[in-house]
Design a protein around this ligand. Structure first.
Ligand SMILES: Nc1ncnc2c1ncn2[C@@H]1O[C@H](COP(=O)(O)OP(=O)(O)OP(=O)(O)O)[C@@H](O)[C@H]1O
Length: 358
């Protein structure tokens, strides 16, 4: 049996616990493991990682059962998301990390993925906001069943986000009729978008997910340059053309020094709603090849499933509607993957203290 005589003994033992979202020697990262005055060992994950917390809890229990560590050792496991630097840019007040979800072309399921990713981060224990910046097809209000909502303002300058499915959201779609926004030209659209980001009175958030307008043009470039983005996730589908476009998306972020977290292949395979059979109707291996060739991580391969579309159409995305389903689990897994990669590739900075006078 291991007797803990120092924090180093504890971290050496904890480092035996492995998970794809953890690096080797993870427990030695500063501020991760500590011992309280009463002797409780606390492990605080610096990213949204409820899945790993649960697995670590089970591992500790099994270690105690097997008498590898004292049965009376007390543990407190939790997540406290660390804010990460966004290059030289000033952080957005109250928002620890901004993740943009983008695609080089429309219709690949970017918004569906952004909404379910935001809910997945929430399922991993984070407080999450969702900004719909898809000016040409603002779909978040519909996807969250909030089309009748409007952000309120108490000072005439800031907007309070609309709360739906536990997410704090704002969207061009809440503010102007769809046909108005769709005809805005480049500079006007970029200005409206950065205004909506800056003038929303976000509560303290661990992550703000931004559903970007599709494409790799001026609007996207300006947005990526103006907003303090921590990392970008590029959505694609398995067809060769879409993959070629995804490369364009990755290089756009490289150009403006926004770190790319990775690529998500949506509609990777079809899950039959009758028998559960998985079928790769658009072929296989394309995204994996691309990921290897361009050294961009492949974050997830998401299924094409009728329930994903039906849930979204009914205003309750799959992760909220049926969190235990196979489809929802792939989004929750994606969220943990994104959160952990953001953390490991980022630079933690001091937490801001936000004072609000509203
Ligand atoms: N994995 C999936 N399984 C089933 N249906 C999906 C999936 N992903 C997206 N869809 C459906 O495909 C359609 C297009 O998705 P979505 O609106 O998310 O795409 P988008 O890339 O954001 O499009 P746009 O660029 O036009 O905003 C929607 O009807 C959505 O419900």
């Amino acid at each position: 049996m291991i007797r803990f005589e120092s924090v180093a003994d504890i971290t050496r033992w904890l480092n035996q616990f492995e998970h794809p979202w953890l690096h080797e020697e993870w427990a030695d990262t500063p501020n991760w493991v500590s011992v309280s005055a009463t002797g409780t060992i606390s492990v605080v994950f610096p990213f949204a990682a409820a899945t790993v917390v649960e697995l670590l809890e089970q591992w500790i229990f099994s270690q105690q059962q097997a008498n590898h560590i004292p049965a009376e050792a007390k543990f407190a496991l939790s997540c406290r998301v660390a804010p990460l630097a966004a290059g030289e840019k000033q952080p957005l007040r109250g928002v620890k990390n901004i993740v943009v979800v983008s695609s080089a072309k429309g219709g690949v399921g970017k918004s569906t993925t952004a909404v379910n990713l935001a809910l997945g981060l929430q399922a991993q224990g984070a407080k999450v906001g969702l900004l719909d910046a898809d000016i040409y097809g603002p779909s978040v209000p519909m996807m969250l069943g909030a089309t009748d909502e409007k952000p309120q303002s108490t000072d005439g300058k800031h907007m309070l986000p609309v709360e739906s499915c536990g997410l704090y959201t704002n969207s061009i779609g809440y503010l102007v009729p769809a046909e108005n926004a769709a005809i805005w030209r480049g500079p006007m659209a970029s200005k409206a978008l950065s205004q909506i980001v800056m003038e929303t009175w976000w509560p303290d958030l661990d992550y703000l997910v931004i559903d970007m307008p599709p494409g790799t043009g001026d609007i996207q470039l300006t947005l990526a340059q103006q907003i303090p983005v921590t990392g970008a996730v590029v959505i694609t589908t398995p067809q060769d053309l879409a993959l070629a476009d995804a490369i364009k998306g990755v290089s756009m972020f490289n150009k403006v020094d926004v770190p790319v977290v990775g690529v998500v292949e949506n509609m990777s395979y079809h899950i039959c709603s009758q028998c559960g059979h998985h079928e790769p109707i658009f072929g296989t291996g394309g995204a994996e090849r691309m990921a290897k060739e361009y050294a961009v991580p492949l974050l997830a391969q998401l299924p094409l499933h009728i329930k994903i579309r039906e849930d979204i159409d009914q205003g309750k995305p799959t992760v909220a509607a049926s969190p235990e389903s196979e489809q929802a689990q792939t989004y929750i897994e994606l969220a943990g993957n994104v959160a952990s990669r953001l953390y490991w590739q980022g630079t933690p900075v001091a937490e801001q203290i936000t004072i609000r006078t509203m």
